[in-house]
Design a protein around this ligand. Sequence first.
Ligand SMILES: [Zn+2]
Ligand SMILES: [Zn+2]
Ligand SMILES: [Zn+2]
Length: 362
Amino acid sequence: MDSPEVTFTLAYIVFAICFVFTPDEFRSAGLTVQHLFSSWLGSEDVGFIQYHVKRTSITILVHSALPLGYYMGMCIAAPEKNLGYIHQLSDSWRAFLLLSFCLQLASWTLIIYWSHLHWSNHPISRALQAHAFPPYSGWGTVATSINTEFRQIDKFATGAPGARVIITDTWVLKVTTYHVYVALQNDSHLTVTESRQHQLSPESASPTQILTLRVESINPNVRAFDIRLNSTEYAELREKLHAPIRNAANVVIHQTISDLFLETFKAQVELNQPYMLPSGQDLEPCIGCMQFPAGAKLIRLCCEDGQCCQPCFCRPMWCLSCLGRWFASRQDQQRPETWLASKVPCPTCRARFCILDVCLVH
Ligand SMILES: [Zn+2]
Ligand SMILES: [Zn+2]
Ligand SMILES: [Zn+2]
């Protein structure tokens, strides 16, 4: 293999992956199907359903053309292979060309089939058809209802561009690259199935908890689907959504940054050396909550480059949760990324301490 061929292949693979999964860099450069075909697609606000019927169709056509694009690029990148002359091709290139061609042909056939009778064969239209009973006379009226509600500014909308979640007065919608999932709020029930927590770290600006909710409908023709959102958006979702939400996995939903920070705080303190309680001394209840034993002690451990915290000689008086809440309350609420590195005064003696000085009492 000579190098222009390998270079082109690698570059094309990276390009194709980025084009299909569109990272933010591609998005801001306008290299998305939505942007490239924006004049044909029209406005999402004017006709939400029509827009996404067209967008998903064109996305399939463009994505399925990527192998053919590779072949044509290769004609230019490796002219010595004579890829332009079909009768001179090696077996493997002929097979590749044939497959790419069939893929493109198949997707055109599919789109032409979908577009019949005003796109009524399209999967989005079929998803709407499942709701076509009174008060809706057909999938067209369902589409009109969704279009109208999508234009309202009080809808709930969140999520990455490849998995947007939109909740309007009567509908739950999820927009993905190739499909739009639709469920009627009144028919649906949601279940919190998973929670993934990302702790505050130098890489992420603030701690996050991502919740996965399964949307199921009593309508047997509606396919269940998953939606994902940030736990801090949960209250807003609850406000817009009348459907019941079941918490199957007993997930603790942290709705504020401080709640989320407490998890990070505890995990960080676990890494510090423990404090051994002198024999004969008992743990008192925490003076903050009076519920838990005062299991945290401040010991100056962090002298680095002559920069020390102040020594605290207080006996253990606070539980770890209360101390963590105190720590969070003393921070710049707008800048959670600074929280881990900052110093706050001891709630009792005002000696300044940092997170490295918090020890669990054993
Ligand atoms: Zn407490
Ligand atoms: Zn103190
Ligand atoms: Zn310190």
